[in-house]
Design a binder for this molecule. Structure first.
Ligand SMILES: *Cc1c(COP(=O)(O)O)cnc(C)c1O
Length: 406
């Protein structure tokens, strides 16, 4: 049977790309999906093939397969698909989102360097910056997320990297990524972005000046809460350096998890649009509730950085914050435990709804109260609202004087 070639992706829109990227039926016996290549070892038919592979092993642009730690056809398909979707040069698959952060930072920063990190960044990244990197002589300081142009005043002669996360996944301020990138570049520094919230679909990191973008693919790219996965995407200029470092550090992900990432991509567009619609409906409903002090959602007009969101983003997703008016800890527990559809759990980006209390930097400018983070999943939004409503009613019932809420 003659198989049709994969069509050129040059002019495809994102939804079409999502169905075509990382697939090559002609190269895989006609299978629609790139199969799982479980492989550590690739064997060579003769010594000249062996020599040919080994000669090119250190060339970052070589796409042949030599050893599992350098990847295989499944992991390469995932890397290529994400990079193409985001507009970067190429991707590097990693075993988790945090590994992608650590690997990328170690690839570009060296002992004696300084990093400027947004104050609203992912909590565990902050722990790496505060507790691990100083041991290797890399020092991080934090900048207020909305600093914009004024970040110039914080850049030191040894500042190697400006690290952004827009919106920050704890308090959801949207940073001015193009401005941060421009100022960083003017001072000889790089701009790295944690683009997990928006995904390659809703924020085109490289059009907006990023040199490196990382994703916790564990979240929306895998999308089903059943695998840990990360990816680093870089410009052409940085690819060889980053690849060399992360592969020397021994980072790789399994073909099974890469397959789950590829599978997740197929439905990313429809899932995200549903997450977006439902999250906005829930956010608007929460804004009307007497128990709520503030809703932290970049697509709401009053959100910090909303103008930047409108300017730079192609959509919003299902994760946002809500600040309840100050209530006691037992009441918060009662509320959380009374919910049936919003489960308490770490992570987000799966098909299911989650809720949890959220830590944030003490300097965050949010209303006093209790910060919760919601991930609005793919359940019927009416059911999700009914769940929150019964939670709030339970809270009222157990509260001695609900009207005394400030
Ligand atoms: C979860 C998360 C990470 C880390 O990803 P893991 O796959 O859990 O290691 C990084 N950044 C953000 C914004 C996240 O939400």
């Amino acid at each position: 049977m003659t198989l049709r070639h994969c069509p050129s992706t040059a002019t495809m829109r994102d939804d079409t790309l999502l169905t075509h990227l990382g697939r090559d039926p002609a190269g895989h016996a006609g299978t629609v999906n790139t199969p799982v290549y479980r492989s550590s070892t690739f064997i060579w038919p003769d010594t000249s093939t062996l020599e040919n592979h080994l000669r090119q092993a250190d060339d970052p642009h070589y796409r042949g397969h030599i050893y599992g730690r350098n990847g295989n056809p499944t992991t390469a398909a995932f890397e290529d698909a994400v990079a193409r979707l985001e507009g970067g040069f190429r991707g590097l698959i990693m075993p988790s989102g945090l590994a992608a952060i650590v690997g990328a930072v170690l690839a570009v920063a060296r002992s004696g360097d300084h990093i400027l990190v947004t104050d609203n960044c992912y909590w565990h990244a902050r722990q790496v910056f505060d507790q691990v990197l100083p041991r290797y002589g890399i020092q991080a300081t934090y900048f207020a997320p909305m600093l914009g142009e004024d970040i110039a005043g914080l850049i030191r002669p040894n500042t190697r990297l400006v690290y952004a996360e827009a919106p920050g996944s704890s308090t959801f301020e949207v940073q001015d990524v193009p401005t941060l990138a421009r100022v960083a570049h003017a001072h000889g520094a790089l701009l790295m972005l944690d683009n997990t919230w928006a995904t390659p679909l809703f924020f085109k990191a490289f059009e907006h000046g990023a040199d490196i973008s990382i994703h916790a693919a564990t979240k929306y790219l895998v999308g089903h809460s059943d695998a840990m996965l990360g990816v680093i995407v870089t410009t052409e200029a940085l690819y060889a350096t980053v690849r060399e470092t992360v592969r020397h550090l021994g980072y790789i992900a399994s073909a099974d998890d890469a397959y789950l990432g590829l599978r997740g991509l197929r439905t990313l567009g429809v899932r995200l649009r549903q997450h977006e619609r439902s999250a906005l409906t829930v956010a608007h409903w929460l804004q009307q509730r007497p128990e709520v002090a503030q809703v932290l959602h970049p697509a709401l007009p009053e959100a910090t950085g909303h103008a930047l969101f409108k300017r730079d983003f192609l959509g919003s997703t299902g994760l946002f914050g809500v600040v309840l008016k100050p209530i006691t800890e037992p009441l918060i527990k009662t509320f959380l435990e009374s919910l049936n559809l919003f489960a308490m759990g770490a992570s987000w980006g799966g098909f299911e709804s989650l809720i949890r209390p959220q830590q944030c930097a003490p300097s965050a400018q949010i209303a006093p109260g209790v910060l919760l983070r919601l991930h609005v999943g793919l359940e019927a939004v009416e059911d999700l609202i009914a769940d929150l409503q019964q939670g709030f009613e339970h809270l009222k019932f157990t509260q001695r004087s609900p009207r005394s809420l400030p």
